[in-house]
Design a protein around this ligand. Sequence first.
Ligand code: BG6
Length: 281
Amino acid sequence: MSEYQQTFVIERKEDGSSVNVNLFGGTVTSWKCCGEEMLFLSKNALFDNKKGIRGGIPIVFPHFGPWPIGPQHGFARIQMWEVEQLPSVDVSGNVVAIIALVDNAETRKIWDFKFKLRMTLTLLKCCFSMDLHVTNTGDAEFNFTTLIHTYFRLPDVTKSRVLGLTGCKYFDKTTGQDIQSETREQLSVDRNIDNIYANVPDELTLTGGPAGRTIKITKKGFPDTVVWNPWVDGAQKMADFGDDEYPLMLCVEVGHVVKKVSLAPAQEFHASQTLQIQCPE
Ligand code: BG6
């Protein structure tokens, strides 16, 4: 790949699946299943290599949320990642690509640690996995939080449901309240939502996706899940998000955010997310 090429596509022509990757932020900007787009990307998203891309799947690292010493949600989503492996077909017929981010002068100025992030992107028919490895390549222990900030594209968020959160403790960022247990079997969204669920089961379901599809979200090594929709007021506050776009998306973000991960020198953290679509045969 030429050093000037910033985007690439992972493709399975045989079933109309594809993933577009932008090395700015290591951001997946599109995932198509049977030719249908599954991810929300704002019409106002900026591609200026300065601001994080509004939509798709940005990566949050090494800090989730406002960060006193650096940018909100950390710097991984505004750093230029590198290609470690261009898309290639593995022995099982999956198409696999690997991207990576290594500490550099800019990251060390904010957060003085040596690390390597490695994200393996695996595309199967109607199924897309992201495997994150974080390695401490320095000689000092560090702590971090991380999250895969998936923006799902929906025809109407009020008709979608998130299943699998029942009984989980959460922090409601919109009210600042800790809630001891999610009572809803099926979470529906008809207002601003910004809930941080702790210790969530590893299988979640999102109904009412594009063309009515159901998306199974399976996570490993990510204990927590954030559910976010900015609604009318939040949308208006974001210059890179259309005022009328909030009904068309929901972020269901799996991560390790409630407690920090501690990584000693040479240690590695591994976690993954798999998105599987129920597709007509
Ligand atoms: C979510 C947070 O993960 O990301 C929200 O829980 C935040 O509080 C949202 O508003 C979007 O953040 P940003 O920095 O991309 O505008």
